[in-house]
Write a protein that binds this ligand. Structure first.
Ligand code: ADP
Ligand code: MG
Length: 247
């Protein structure tokens, strides 16, 4: 699904990601961990197509398409979804309308019939319940006045509705209490299938208790310095990252 080869990315005056190699097959669940400021969000943003990053080397293929050739919106329509580390509020944009239009754009791209408002509301309410948000959220503006935990639930709600092939979840578990964490983990698990892939960025082992990642990678100073399985995440939580620093 995603083939990242020798990828270096930066801004005009610095390199942030260095020679990243990451292959993600359909159905696989990958976790990326690493200190603050090591380039985890840069990698997510770059894949999603956020402007401001310059590719210095390498190439990225998504479902046999050259990623560079696709605009951010084309990436989304082809099934790349990014749950933002810091979701932005859009006052005045109703969350249910926003998600209906987004969902229908996705359906149109997949040659599926668009959902009329009544059918959408039904699905929307089901998914709201799944992420533990009450129906009043259908009347509110996108992320406007949402608490940290509500924003993260709303990100998962978007994922459930947009039905992406590759979901990148950038610290979706940060700042959540245990109940919210379980709901988010369940939302992910519910959606997980042999047809979609995940990149979950996290600082904590605790969400992985509920999930079964295939691989855990450590990003340090823009490089993937180690890959392993769930046990690696546990070791990192116990021992930190210093044992991985170059001597
Ligand atoms: P992480 O998500 O691992 O905490 P980031 O990818 O957000 O790290 O940031 C990695 C480094 O790159 C930081 O030093 C950050 O300031 C820098 N960086 C990220 N995005 C930009 C940008 N658009 N312009 C300049 N520097 C950036
Ligand atoms: Mg980040």
């Amino acid at each position: 699904m995603l083939k990242i080869k020798n990828l270096s990315v930066g801004t005009a005056n610095k390199t942030i990601l260095k020679k990243i190699n990451l292959y993600i097959k359909k159905g696989e669940f990958h976790v990326i961990m690493g200190r603050n400021g090591t380039g985890k969000s840069t990698l997510s943003n770059f894949i999603a197509g956020k402007e401001g990053y310059i590719k210095k080397s390498g190439n990225v293929m998504f479902n046999n398409m050259v990623l560079d050739d696709l605009l951010p919106e084309e990436r989304a329509l082809n099934g790349i979804f990014l749950s933002f580390q810091y979701p932005v509020a859009i006052p005045g944009v109703n969350s249910m309308h926003f998600l209906r239009i987004a969902t229908n754009s996705m359906r149109k791209a997949q040659s599926k019939e668009e959902l009329d408002p009544a059918s959408f509301i039904k699905i929307f309410k089901e998914k709201l319940k799944l992420v533990g948000l009450d129906e009043s959220f259908s009347k509110r503006s996108v992320n406007d006045g949402f608490s940290g935990g509500e924003k993260k639930r709303f990100e998962i709600l978007q994922m459930l509705l947009l039905n992406p092939k590759l979901a990148i979840l950038d610290e979706t578990d940060s700042g959540l209490d245990i109940d919210a964490l379980k709901i988010i983990a369940n939302g992910i698990k519910n959606f997980q299938s042999k047809n979609n892939s995940f990149i979950l960025i996290t600082h904590y082992y605790r969400i992985l208790k509920y999930l079964n990642p295939d691989y855990v990678h450590v990003l340090l100073n823009g490089e993937i310095v180690k890959s392993g399985d769930k046990k690696l995440a546990l070791k990192l939580e116990k021992e930190g990252y210093s044992w991985l620093d170059k001597k």
